[in-house]
Each structure stands twice: as C-alpha cells, then as structure tokens.
Design a protein around this ligand. Structure first.
Ligand SMILES: *[C@@H]1O[C@H](CO)[C@@H](O)[C@H](O)[C@H]1NC(C)=O
Ligand SMILES: *[C@@H]1O[C@H](CO)[C@@H](O)[C@H](O)[C@H]1NC(C)=O
Length: 285
C-alpha cells in the first residue's frame, strides 16, 4: 500500500513536471489577422497525440469570444502549426492548450495591431510658420500588405506638445494628409507622429517623421556675368542663382533692372524670367 502511494505521487510529479508539450507562440497576437502557434507533443508519450487549443479573447465591449481548434492524431516530436484569427476588437487573449497525455497549458498573450511600420514622408525638410505640410503615409502589415485599420496622426511641437490630430481609417492605398503650421510657433525640430489607435502604451507601434521649422529669410541672390574687351554690350549672358540655407534652389521668378550709371539720361532695362527649381536662369542683356 505504501509503495502504491509513493508510486502514484511520483507519477503525478512526473506528469506535472515533465509531460508539458513544447509550445512556441509569437510575442504578441496580431489583431484581425491569422496567428499561428506551434505545438510539439513529447516523444515519451506513446502514440499520436490529440491537440486542442481554446482561444479565449476579451473584447473592447467587455464580452468574451471563444474559439476552438482541434488537431487529431499528431506525431510526437514534431511541431504542429495551429492557426486562428484574432478578433479586431480583442484586448487580450488566453490560450488553453490541451494535448492528450500531457498537462494542460495556459498562456496569456498580449494583442497588437498587425502593423510592421508606418512609412512617413513630408514634402520638405524645412518649413516656416503658417506653412502647410503635405504628408504621405504608407502603413505596412507584418506580411507586407497595406494596413487598413485606423491610424492617429499628430503634429508635435519641439516641446513634445501635440497640436493637431487626425484619425484616419487608412484606405487600401498610400495616404496623403495635410497639416497647417500655426502662424505663431516655436522654431526647432517638429514631428508628425503616427500610431494605430489604442496603442499609446506600445512604443514599438509609434512612428514619427521630423522636420525643421525655421524663420527662413529670402537668401542672397548671386549674379554672375563677365564682360570682356570687345564683347557686345547688348548681349551679355548673366546668371542669377540663389540657394536656400538648407541647400535647395530657390524657385520663382527674377526681375533684373539694368541701368548705365554714367549715362545722363537714365537708361533702364527690365528683365523678367521665371526660374524653375534646379535650374539656373540665363538672361540676355
Ligand atoms: C486570462 O487569464 C488571466 C489570469 O488567469 C485572467 O485574469 C484574465 O481575465 C483572462 N483573460 C481572458 C480573456 O480570458
Ligand atoms: C480585417 O481584415 C480584413 C481582411 O482580412 C479586412 O477586409 C477588414 O477591413 C479588416 N477590418 C478592420 C476593422 O481592420
């Protein structure tokens, strides 16, 4: 009798300690997406194993949703995938994994939007007060598709204060958004932040693009021309060139007034020519 009791205690011990299937899960479950976990029944348990997975999700409205997945007669020592879809409104999920001949396992997992990254690009690197920022945004899922859930975009000043927010249900295409900078503001590094809604606590799902807001004055214009002995005074090539301090070429139009300082009668000629970005204008005088 004593041997029997000791034997059964030992067996309970080995069941509790050792007959635990190997379960590999992702770090977080992705919302509104198919998630896969891998379950390996142990070799030492005789015969094929039956696997049962219960997915118990808490939803935003306080209700629960339960799903079951069954896989029968699975070979021990091999990893068997079990896939299930997580509800878009889930807040958390508990998995109960039951493998015949093994101890039942409970796993609590966090859930997160199925988002790998949000590409963000502003039309310029420098802005001045009152200007409009054009933003392009492409949210990408783990599988490299365009994310379709809601995303919050916020304009953030150099003190980290969020001024304007837009919540956008991302369509299935790259997104264009505009933000108007205030007329009175702090100069420095500004940002537009993007994150899927309800994910403020997950820094890995917060993305941002930075740009400078400065008081940029019109840069100096450089006029370049040369008149050599014998050159025609009426046809001199002249180059007008202007760069912003951040390096880009100034676009717009240029007006040149030419006059002869020695002449008694003022002789003025006005030249007007539009300049394109990346081009340097040439004028005939
Ligand atoms: C998951 O398990 C934890 C701890 O056992 C429990 O507090 C929580 O309510 C469970 N959540 C769900 C969705 O079942
Ligand atoms: C959930 O995913 C499906 C595609 O699997 C998509 O059509 C649907 O818009 C998504 N729903 C939300 C709320 O993201």
């Amino acid at each position: 009798m004593r041997i029997l009791i000791i034997g059964s205690i030992l067996c309970w011990f080995c069941l509790a300690k050792d007959n635990v299937p190997i379960i590999v899960t992702p770090p977080v479950l992705r919302l509104n997406s198919t998630n896969t976990i891998f379950i390996t029944p142990l070799h030492r348990v005789n015969g094929p194993a039956d696997i049962k997975v219960k997915v118990h999700e808490l939803l935003q409205n306080g209700n629960y949703q339960t799903e079951y997945r069954h896989a029968k007669g699975k070979i021990s020592g091999h990893a068997h995938p079990v896939s299930f879809k997580v509800n878009n409104d889930a807040i958390e999920a508990n998995l109960t994994v039951t493998v015949s001949g093994h101890v039942e396992q409970q796993i609590r997992l966090l859930v997160a939007p199925d988002l790998r990254t949000i590409y963000l690009k502003t039309d310029k690197g420098f802005y001045k007060a009152g200007e409009t920022i054009n933003l392009r945004s492409v949210p990408i899922t783990i599988n490299g598709e365009i994310y379709v859930g809601q995303i919050e975009y916020a304009l953030v000043n150099p003190d980290g204060f969020e001024l304007t927010k837009h919540v956008v249900s991302a369509p299935n295409t790259p997104l264009s958004l505009t933000f108007d900078l205030p007329e009175h503001l702090f100069y420095g590094e500004w940002q537009i932040k993007a994150r899927p809604i309800n994910s403020q606590n997950q820094p890995l799902l917060n993305f941002a693009v930075s740009f400078q807001v400065t008081d940029y004055a019109l840069p100096p214009f450089v006029l370049d021309f040369q008149i050599l002995d014998g050159d025609s005074m009426t046809e001199t090539k002249l180059t007008a060139n202007a760069h912003y301090f951040h390096g880009g070429l100034v676009s717009g139009s240029v007006t040149l007034n030419c006059f002869d300082p020695d002449s008694q009668t003022p002789h003025e000629k006005q030249l007007h020519q539009p300049l394109l970005v990346g081009e340097v204008g040439g004028f005939d005088i």
